[in-house]
Write a protein that binds this ligand. Structure first.
Ligand code: FES
Ligand SMILES: [Fe+2]
Length: 346
């Protein structure tokens, strides 16, 4: 498994909007330390979290106006990374090319997206997570720090057969194993789909939709490279799902790599039904936290087990792994392309 390489020319979720204020906020993304802060006009700046003077983390400093001041010798940088002040030699010009790298940032859908590449930061490439904030939708948000490679999180969300075994008290219901998952690959998008008919409801269906009789339920996952998985879940009384009607809820997942073995997992649960029902929001938040705690636990144990594995045996792909395997192929192809371009540029 490719572990320590990351796709650079991509948008990654760096933070939730709520996390970024007027104090420096440090986050490691793709093994690079970044510092984010909000300027007075509300816009967000992102710089490498390393002072160009003696390499102290800028995040240990403070924000002064729209600039960040290093906490060691007071060098100041603006949001573009340009140095504006060297306190110990105010009488001299600021050295040419002395500054920090800055990263393109876009704040949208209640999230902060960061472009990790050198060029090509096209806003159109940001995933459509608009149900986070769109009128007519209600959303709850969560974050898990998962000590596992991000591709394990992607695998997890593309093979929802695990709900039967990992989420016994929340999402598990009968029949999931018995229905083969369909997989569709279109360019760089992988879709997996499972429609399960005439089964008893899972605990989440009872708790959030009051469904107690037989139901039809469906699970759709849609992966966009490198880290985005939209999961659409639905349940209706049995016999009513022909047209895959209004989803019970959507789960918007962003599995931002921190390092080769750790992931910032941002998720939102959004719904377009009973949007004013705060008790329903509370239930969704509670159930999803419970379920994703379970995912984090198994993924961390899996990573640990893989780290100790000296057998050299590959991961085995069953039918349910086809979605995850397709996503890995897309990531691997893009990593190869990135390496080729980097080699050509040398
Ligand atoms: S290390 Fe930042 S000002 Fe010296
Ligand atoms: Fe799960």
């Amino acid at each position: 498994m490719a572990t320590g390489e990351f796709l650079r020319n991509q948008w990654y979720v760096a933070a939730t909007s709520a996390e970024i204020g007027t104090t420096p906020f440090r986050r490691i993304i793709c093994d690079e330390a970044i510092v984010l802060f909000r300027r007075r006009d509300g816009s967000i700046a992102a710089l490498e979290d390393r002072c160009p003077h003696r390499k102290a983390p800028l995040s240990l400093g403070e924000i002064v106006g729209d600039e960040i001041q290093c906490g060691y010798h007071g060098v100041r940088l603006d949001g573009s990374g340009r140095c504006t002040l060297v306190p110990s030699q105010k009488d001299l010009p600021i050295p040419r090319n002395f500054g920090a790298r800055s990263f393109p940032v876009i704040e949208i859908h209640a999230l902060v997206f960061l472009w990790m590449g050198e060029a090509g930061a096209d806003p159109a490439l940001i995933p459509d997570w608009s149900t986070n904030t769109a009128p007519g939708w209600a959303a709850v948000h969560g974050y898990h720090y998962v000590k596992a490679n991000y591709q394990l999180v992607v695998d997890n969300l593309l093979d929802l057969s695990h709900v039967t075994y990992t989420h016994k008290t929340t999402l598990a219901g009968p029949g999931v194993d018995d229905v083969p998952m369909e997989v569709f690959v279109e360019d760089e998008v992988v879709k997996t789909q499972r429609i399960i008919r005439n089964v008893d409801p899972a605990p989440i269906h009872r708790a959030t939709k009051g469904l107690n009789g037989k139901i039809d339920r469906w699970q759709l996952s849609e992966f966009r490279a490198p880290i985005y998985i939209l999961v659409t879940l639905g349940a209706e009384p049995a016999g009513t799902t022909e047209a895959l009607q209004v989803p019970s809820h959507l789960v918007l997942n962003s599995a931002t790599p921190e390092t080769a073995t750790t992931t910032h997992y941002f998720w939102s649960v959004t719904r377009c039904i009973k949007t004013d029902d705060l008790e329903l929001s509370r239930k969704f938040l509670e159930i999803t936290y419970t379920a994703f705690d379970e995912d984090a636990a198994i993924l961390e144990a899996q990573q640990n087990s893989m780290d100790r594995d000296r057998s050299g045996a590959p991961l085995v792909n069953f039918r349910g792994d086809r979605g995850g395997a397709a996503a890995r192929r897309i990531i691997a192809t893009k990593l190869d392309e990135q390496a080729r371009l980097a080699a050509a540029a040398e």
